[in-house]
Design a protein. Sequence first.
Length: 95
Amino acid sequence: MMCYYIDLTGVEFQCIFSLNSLHLMHNVHTLDPFAGTGYLTACFALMVGPQGRAIGVEHIPELVSFSIENIQKSAAAQPLKDGSLSVHAGGMFLC
């Protein structure tokens, strides 16, 4: 998966996550484009640990709200609170 445009003002990341290369380690920053319900983004946050960062991007604002609500009720609630997990509404396209 190649990402050519992501509109995330002020968000830094070290790698774009692809399900084709599941090599997440602690302290890694990941980006989950088209995060949808946020399930995988939450999983990534638990995998990379508190020193890493998991960022989900979804272009449908209602899904962003839905994912945040669900993450707040899950085992990934703490990473969401401390900022190592975040989900954003943003424009993107993949080629």
